[in-house]
Write a protein that binds this ligand. Structure first.
Ligand code: SF4
Length: 219
């Protein structure tokens, strides 16, 4: 990972934050920190709070998600400094008439995928963490979470080969990760992340990125 990668990521994010391609999406597009990381997280789409504060996973689902990562060595602030946070869509899709956030439609997903593809090509991550079915589906077919969570998938996406560890969406609307077998599959997935060399590298700061201070990967 070189400083030119970091410069390219910063340029990429500047362009991304100007995107207005989707008529029914509410921006401005949300990005995480510009960090040249070997670990890439892919969320679904920001909610209204994330748009307001311009940070991914800034509200209740984020609390659950960062709680998972804290168990395996990275608290929220270190995670944000050291892991590149992407998403399937970067703008808020709005609310469903029945309540809850609308899932982006296939045209919106297709429009936004150019940004994710560019990030994968720029970063060449060693470990990708798609969060929730929509994010997982960008990398591999997914029918049931039970079939894909708790495994390491070696995949090639956009000419980059990486290990993929799928996670459930931490939204309060989902009970999958709180009951069996989801709860034990989630624990298994977190252990796989913890033991991955790319995760250990972001925990101890041994990569050229944004942060250098070491935290304990064996927590
Ligand atoms: S969702 Fe993606 S493609 Fe659509 S306007 Fe936002 S950043 Fe652009």
């Amino acid at each position: 990972m070189t400083t030119s990668t970091l410069r390219a990521i910063r340029r990429h994010q500047t362009n991304l934050r100007r995107c207005t391609a989707c008529r029914d999406m509410a921006g401005p597009p949300v990005t995480g920190n510009a960090v040249a990381s070997p670990v890439l997280l892919i969320g679904q789409a920001p909610g209204p709070k994330e748009i307001e504060v311009r940070r991914p996973f800034a509200w209740t689902a984020g609390k659950t998600l960062f709680g998972w990562f804290e168990q395996i060595g990275l608290d929220e602030s270190h995670f944000r400094e050291r892991v590149y946070m992407a998403a399937v869509c970067r703008c808020f899709p709005g609310k469903k008439p029945t309540g809850g956030d609308r899932v982006p439609n296939p045209d919106e997903v297709a429009s936004c995928s150019c940004w994710l593809q560019a990030e994968i090509r720029l970063l060449k991550p060693k470990l990708i963490l798609p969060v929730g079915k929509l994010a997982i589906a960008q990398l591999m077919p997914v029918d049931r979470l039970n079939d894909v969570v708790g495994k390491i998938h070696r995949l090639t996406a956009y000419e980059v080969t990486a290990d993929v560890v799928a996670l459930p969406h931490p939204s309060g609307a989902s009970t999958w990760h709180r009951t069996g077998p989801g709860r034990s599959l989630l624990r298994k997935a977190l252990r796989m992340i913890q033991n991955h060399t790319a995760w250990k590298a972001v925990c101890n700061g041994s990569y050229i990125g944004r942060a250098k201070t070491s935290v304990n990967p064996d927590r």
